[in-house]
Design a protein around this ligand. Structure first.
Ligand SMILES: CC(C)(COP(=O)(O)OP(=O)(O)OC[C@H]1O[C@@H](n2cnc3c(N)ncnc32)[C@H](O)[C@@H]1OP(=O)(O)O)[C@@H](O)C(=O)NCCC(=O)NCCS
Length: 165
């Protein structure tokens, strides 16, 4: 458990991954259920989470042995941050999704490790995230990876969580 599937690899996210990050952001919004409509304010959230991301903020893409994109994680810090998972300026917020066909094989866990390692190497105080009410699957993984609650945000429909280094 927790180790990435044999033959899968992670590589750094680059500018050319921006469209794929939009795809992953969609998966986060619908909790991986692609039959669902996106939530209110989706376009503004997409802009803040993906449009305002730059490769320097960091991210990783998971690839199957055949090179099929399997998921990814990216960090948001700097200007134009969303409010959902904001805890402090020196604590970037991570965003993560894994393609449904590849879930429950440790890819999510490996992607979180990659984001934590990146933030630690850059001297950040920790990493935060936002988990929407009802996304129990994601929340369970975050707890397993050492995240604790940083506050319930009733008005935003989510809980902020933090992993402090
Ligand atoms: C949440 C999400 C990122 C988790 O990704 P994942 O790759 O499935 O995560 P992992 O496989 O590392 O861990 C998840 C579970 O699979 C289990 N698992 C890990 N390897 C496994 C294996 N080889 N066989 C079976 N189960 C396995 C883990 O133990 C964990 O189990 P749990 O239910 O007890 O917590 C993924 O479900 C997802 O993208 N969901 C939709 C988007 C989303 O909601 N994003 C988060 C927004 S806040």
């Amino acid at each position: 458990m927790g180790s990435v599937l044999t033959g899968f690899s992670l590589r750094r996210a680059t500018e050319s991954d921006r469209t794929y990050l939009s795809r992953l952001f969609f998966l986060t919004d619908v909790f991986g259920d692609e039959s669902q409509p996106v939530g209110d304010g989706y376009l503004e959230d997409l802009h803040r989470y993906v449009g305002s991301w730059t490769p320097e903020q960091g991210g990783a893409i998971a690839l199957s042995p055949e090179g099929i994109p399997a998921g990814g994680v990216w960090l948001r810090h700097g200007p134009d941050r969303p409010r959902f998972g904001y805890v402090a300026a020196d604590v970037p917020e991570l965003v993560i999704a894994v393609e449904n066909r590849y879930t429950r094989h440790g890819i999510g866990s490996s992607l979180i490790d990659a984001a934590l390692n990146l933030a630690r190497a850059r001297g950040h105080a920790g990493v935060s995230l936002a988990v929407d009410f009802g996304n129990a699957r994601a929340r369970a993984l975050y707890v397993k990876k050492g995240f604790v609650s940083a506050g319930i945000r009733e008005d935003l429909g989510c809980e902020a969580m933090i992993h402090r280094f």
